[in-house]
Design a protein around this ligand. Structure first.
Ligand code: ARG
Ligand code: ZN
Length: 455
């Protein structure tokens, strides 16, 4: 009590220099508690909106950014972290409009704060530098990946910290606004809806609004000499960006989206975002595509199967997002199963034949040693078992519960967890609830135990 009074008095005297720190204030945790990436994300607050103003010069790779983040303290804070690689230099930080003390160490930007639990706050970070990609535990690259004419920006699982400060674990979803200025010879493409494009001198600013909550690994700001189209096809706003080097093969790129989305909507429920489309960049050095929210990014013109995979992720991965990286089969197994469904629909191979082909792997094949619901650590996130055995799991479930119940499970999964996060246990519980069946042995054999399950 005495101390409280003294603190209050001190706070009163020193007003408005520093607000009093609540006695129970603690530093926010430097990680969100994901065993695969312990430093990813942070504790003690919940981000609600990111307003990112970026200025980029592709020839020098110089990025200058202002990140304004609206958040709410979930505990009394004495300080909190944002994730940002230290190759980018933070120049200033303000908290609710006032200068705040900060330091950078490793990929943590530590901001000294005094925030009571429940308080809304805004933090503004000014930073600049020459961004670069990160190398992931599996040897692949993600983040700010430079191309001959700009940037292929894909951020799964940890690239977001290479270009803006944030709470970079997928459990903290937020809305975004991107305002990106590039030389007028380039185009900057991001998630969501293009709201304006304005040129001044030889530079052009593109503003994008992403109004549905998004995990930061799904954000993209990709830059290149793109041909940008913004059209309406079959009730969808389709925004595509195509590298001129790919133009010949991409003539119908925009038109190809609606049939896939219509089919998936009929199976999974309404398409969850206000626009769709994709970025077809010529980036042969990147070995994967990514389901960036509402605007997947491809290193080439996607095949029909790859297009279906990334569009299926809009429901499974983007709208419903795992709670931990370990649950990644909920993304990749589902998107792979949707590829099988789309091939079947197109008459290029039945779901059963896709299953049979995947199941035909010999019992002593290394493939069967990794259970999809725990791929053994971050290096296993994007390995075949997560994709193919994950998809096989869904097919086995479908055969056990029947088509009606199976598709009801998928639709309920998409609607119950729309714009949220969910884990494998929740999927098993839902499957058991809607089917009225005990499914432990099925899921144990297919998701959790090494070895080839028998049929
Ligand atoms: N989620 C992507 C897909 O649709 C794969 C991302 C791979 N990322 C990486 N850093 N290797 O399959
Ligand atoms: Zn995928």
């Amino acid at each position: 009590m005495k101390r409280l009074l003294a603190l209050a008095a001190a706070a009163f005297i020193s007003l408005p220099l520093a607000p009093a720190i609540a006695l129970d204030a603690q530093p926010g945790a430097p990680g969100a508690g994901d065993p695969y990436f312990p430093d990813q994300g942070n504790g003690g607050y919940d981000a609600g909106h990111y307003d990112l103003t970026l200025d980029y010069d592709p020839s020098s790779n110089r990025l200058a950014g202002v990140a304004r983040i609206s958040a709410r303290a979930t505990q009394a804070l004495s300080r909190f972290d944002l994730d940002l690689v230290s190759t980018l230099t933070v120049r200033s930080v303000t908290l609710n409009g006032r200068p705040a003390a900060f330091s950078q160490s490793g990929s943590e930007l530590v901001i000294t704060s005094a925030l009571p639990a429940g308080r809304d706050f805004s933090v503004e970070v000014r930073y600049d530098g020459r961004p670069t990609h990160v190398v992931d535990p599996d040897g692949s690259r993600d983040g700010w990946i430079r191309t001959s004419d700009g940037v292929f920006n894909a951020n799964e699982p940890q690239g977001a910290m290479t270009w803006y400060p944030g709470n970079h674990h997928m459990t903290d979803k937020a809305t975004y606004r991107f305002s990106v200025t590039v030389p007028s010879t380039r185009v900057a493409v991001a998630n969501g809806d293009l709201v304006s494009k304005a040129s001044k001198g030889d530079r052009t600013t593109y503003v994008w609004d992403s109004r549905e909550p998004m995990a930061s690994y799904l954000a993209t700001v990709s830059i290149g000499k793109f041909q940008l189209t913004d059209t309406r096809v079959g009730g969808y706003r389709v925004i595509t960006a195509v590298d001129p080097k790919l133009a010949d093969g991409a003539k119908d790129f925009a038109e190809r989206h609606a049939p896939v989305l219509d089919y998936f909507s009929s199976l999974f429920g309404p398409y969850p975002f206000s626009s769709t489309g994709g970025i077809a960049d010529h980036a042969p050095e990147v070995g994967y595509a990514l389901e960036a929210q509402s605007r997947p990014i491809y290193p080439r013109v996607p095949s029909e199967s790859l297009l279906a995979h990334e569009l299926a992720h809009q429901w499974f991965g983007d709208s419903v997002t795992p709670a931990l990286w370990r649950d990644i089969w909920l993304n990749e197994g589902f998107a792979t199963y949707a590829q099988w469904l789309w091939s079947d629909k197109q008459g290029t191979g039945t779901v059963q034949s896709s299953f049979d082909k995947a199941y035909a792997r010999a019992a002593d094949d290394e493939f069967w040693q990794t259970p999809p619901a725990d791929p053994g650590g971050p290096a296993g996130l994007f390995h075949d078992p997560v994709y193919d055995r994950g998809a096989m799991t869904l097919h086995v479930l479908r055969r056990a519960v029947g088509d009606d119940v199976f598709f009801r499970i998928l639709r309920t999964w998409a609607s119950d967890h729309k714009y949220g996060n969910a884990d494998t246990a929740a999927f098993i519980a839902l499957s058991e609830r809607l089917s009225g069946k005990q499914l432990d042995s099925l899921f144990d054999a297919w998701l959790f135990k090494p070895g080839k399950p028998s049929l």
